[in-house]
Design a protein around this ligand. Structure first.
Ligand code: NAD
Length: 393
């Protein structure tokens, strides 16, 4: 039987035979150039056969998605990350780690999570035996990031950790060391660095379409009603306060727009409701960068603010809002509009980070990047508490 009649008879054969046969034919054609390959496919009728089957049927099998276990099932996991994991193409939600037994049946039912992929904080280390889980994503109060990131790394799983990375540089270093020792990736959930409009202005620090950067204004905050006064975000010892929650956005933005590390910082903290906030309610900080560049930054649980403006010697550009889930949008001194990316920011972030693992490439936002912010945060807290400027080099 020649190749043509063989193909013509294919529809009558079993699906496995067709699959095998077609892959052999493609293998045989591997060394021919693309035009002879196309001619062969058309002439032989293979085009008709393949077009009647699912689009990717004859493509090499895609590597299976990486499995993610969310650690901590509060607001961000429940309302944002788990839904985003339904949109990702490189990873998917396969497991949960929680200290709240009442949440388990709800999550299992909604996301079809088997019993064997459900953990609590005491048995989380046994996740090491579970091949379904490749990544643990730490979405806990900030003061718990270090302990559970290290537990995940010691279980041999890649670690994604929410911002801010941890409470101190020392903790960040311990997390980095644990991940290096266990040969797993450590990635911080700075979603804005994955966002396309943000990436455009990050690129402008090199191409300088508006000239050299002179100063940056960066502000992020929201009105926190403090409806639950015992919530961890209001308490310093659990990593609460505006600076750690929202302040890392303007700080990170000042660093990613300039591409520089600050050399000095001065800061002050303000309270409008001192009875409710046991951590900073509003923090204002000024960063001094090399080349005389300054960044005036503000974060707050008392004001709704969301602006990043970069002033250059030949114009300016700004994003307003610069860190909203719904999209980043902005404009420039020469009246360009910077349009919003309408995709899901978290899905894009997690797919980027999963691809880094799959391709054995460094992640876009490694632990070292999170640690650089925490070094500045430590100086901000020191300056706010003691007054004066803190030199960072
Ligand atoms: P949350 O309070 O809604 O959830 C925290 C979870 O931790 C809850 O499920 C709670 O039960 C659990 N938990 C376990 N031990 C706890 C303890 N001792 N005290 C309090 N809670 C405990 O908080 P969230 O808003 O989901 O924030 C979680 C993390 O996600 C934080 O690091 C935060 O900065 C980060 N986050 C990031 C973004 C982003 O856009 N990247 C947005 C929101 C939150």
């Amino acid at each position: 039987m020649d190749e043509i009649s063989l193909i013509k008879n294919l529809p009558a054969w079993g699906i496995q035979t067709k699959k095998l046969l077609t892959s052999l034919l493609f293998k045989d054609l591997k060394h021919k150039n693309m035009s002879s390959r196309r001619t062969f496919i058309k002439k032989s009728g293979l085009f008709v056969l393949t077009s009647s089957l699912p689009f990717n049927y004859y493509l090499p099998q895609k590597k299976k998605k990486l499995g993610v276990a969310l650690v901590g099932l509060g607001y961000y996991s429940r309302d944002i990350l788990a839904p985003a994991l339904q949109l990702t193409t490189q990873c998917e939600l396969r497991g949960i780690v929680t200290g709240s037994p009442e949440k388990i049946p709800v999550w299992q039912k909604r996301y079809d999570i088997p019993d064997k992929n459900v953990y609590n904080y005491d048995n989380m280390h046994t996740i090491s035996n579970n091949p379904d889980i490749d990544i643990v994503y730490i979405v806990l109060p900030n003061a718990m990031h270090k302990e559970y990131s290290i537990a995940g790394a010691n279980a041999g799983k890649h670690v994604w950790c929410e911002k801010p990375m941890a409470m101190t540089v020392k903790e960040c270093r311990q997390m980095i060391d644990a991940c290096q020792k266990n040969k797993v990736q450590l990635t911080i959930g700075y979603r804005m660095q994955h966002e396309p409009v943000t990436q455009t202005i990050i690129g402008w620090r090199k191409t300088k379409p508006y000239g050299n950067i002179k100063s940056v204004l960066a502000e992020a905050g929201f009105y926190n009603s403090a409806g639950n006064p015992s919530h961890w975000k209001l308490h310093k010892e659990l990593g609460g306060g505006a600076m750690l929650d929202m302040g890392v956005y303007p700080l990170n933005a000042a660093r990613y727009t300039t591409g520089m590390e600050p050399v000095a910082v001065s800061a002050r903290t303000e309270f409008t409701r001192p009875d409710l906030f046991k951590a900073d309610e509003r923090t204002l900080f000024q960063l001094e960068f090399p080349e005389g560049i300054t960044a005036n930054c503000k974060t707050s649980f008392a004001d709704s603010i969301n602006t990043l403006k970069v002033n250059c010697d030949k114009g300016w550009y700004q994003l307003k809002p610069f860190q909203a889930y719904g999209g980043v949008t902005g404009n420039t001194s020469d009246k360009q509009n910077l349009y919003a990316f309408t995709g899901n920011q978290q899905a894009r972030q997690m797919d980027d980070d999963a691809l880094a693992i799959i391709n054995k490439q460094p992640p876009l936002v490694p632990g070292e990047e999170g640690m650089r912010d925490i070094k500045v945060v430590e100086a901000i807290f020191k300056s706010a508490a003691e007054g004066g400027k803190r030199v960072l080099i």
